[in-house]
Design a protein around this ligand. Structure first.
Ligand SMILES: Cc1cc2nc3c(=O)[nH]c(=O)nc-3n(C[C@H](O)[C@H](O)[C@H](O)COP(=O)(O)O)c2cc1C
Length: 301
């Protein structure tokens, strides 16, 4: 396959993935696109136990983007294996499970539990959530913690392990290096930037939780820069995420060196966007008689 890329031991038929929390658990999009057309999808953030989300309002549109404070609502690991996975098991696309927990022990328990499934092709560890045991700071803002958590998950699985990094740090490269040093197969970035929005008539915050994660085209320049920085800092594949709403956006991330990309908020505007990007990539490479390896990292100066 001309568009195939590798993430550790996982070969993706093309570098187009969809981002966690913006693509349900895959099956919700079956009526809008052909799941077989994309390299894979990242599940909605999954925890060991079912979790309710944050109070509403928890989504607000902003200039060229949106803020969300969904709160990682999900049905838990047991329901995921028994009810969700069977709905996508016949599709020829990678299933990457996005996992989160509030302690190292919980992460370990979750990976250990999910290992019983053959349909899971890899894990993406979301380190943007608060570390409850350590006072609530995000796991992903401390390189030593990133290394410890990566190592703990690595000990539980031989499947591809992707560490998803937060942009809300001083230097994302330090976090990426820590993940690589502890055995991660890849890093993905960026998760959302923290922001807020107010209702000036009522003089209140719009989101019930006051703050949320900013995503969409507004964050693309920040994401592109962080991906480019990270590509130069590590040897493992970097998966680019942030503000992709067109095939041209996909190209930008690949050109600065991302091995694959994830489409997030763009799915809300056009639920067939990922499929369209995968198709456009094939045509683009054919027309230029270029290989995917030549395209990735082809930025000159
Ligand atoms: C509604 C919503 C829910 C999200 N849920 C998750 C999640 O459960 N786990 C996670 O790692 N990222 C989650 N994200 C972050 C996205 O996966 C992605 O990193 C971010 O939105 C930036 O990409 P985008 O600008 O293309 O949307 C969520 C984003 C949105 C908009």
């Amino acid at each position: 396959m001309k568009t195939a890329v590798n993430i550790g031991s996982l070969q993706l038929k093309n570098p187009i993935l969809t981002a966690s929390g913006t693509f349900g658990n895959g099956h919700e999009f079956i009526d809008y696109m052909n799941l077989n057309s994309i390299g894979g999808f990242c599940s909605k953030g999954l925890s060991m136990e079912p979790r309710g989300g944050n109070p509403e309002p928890r989504i607000v549109e902003t200039a060229s983007g949106m803020l969300n404070s969904i709160g990682l609502e999900n049905g838990g690991a047991k329901a995921f294996l028994n009810e969700v996975l069977p709905q996508v098991s016949d599709y020829d696309t990678a299933v990457i499970v996005n996992i989160y927990a509030h302690s190292m022990a919980e992460f370990v328990e979750l990976v250990r539990y999910l290992e019983q499934s053959d349909r899971i092709d890899g894990y993406e560890m979301n380190l943007s959530c608060p570390n409850v045991a350590e006072g609530g700071a995000a796991f992903g803002s401390d390189a030593a913690v990133v290394a410890k958590l990566t190592q703990a998950a690595r000990n539980e699985t031989k499947k591809p392990l992707i560490i998803k990094l937060s942009p809300n740090v001083t230097d994302v490269r330090e976090m990426a290096k820590a993940a690589q040093g502890a055995g991660a197969d890849a890093v993905s970035l960026i998760n959302t930037l923290i922001g807020t929005a107010i209702d000036r008539e009522k003089r209140r915050f719009i989101l019930a939780r006051k703050v949320g994660g900013l995503s969409g085209p507004a964050i693309k320049p920040v994401a592109l820069k962080m991906v480019w920085d990270t590509v130069q800092a590590v040897d493992i594949p970097v998966i680019g995420i942030g503000g992709i709403v067109s095939f041209e956006d996909v190209l930008d991330f690949l050109i600065v060196g991302a091995t694959a990309v994830q489409i997030g908020s763009g799915n809300f505007i056009n639920p067939a966007l990922a499929q369209e990007c995968a198709h456009s990539l094939e045509t683009y490479l054919e027309e230029r008689n270029e290989t995917i390896d030549q395209l990735i990292g082809s930025i000159r100066s």
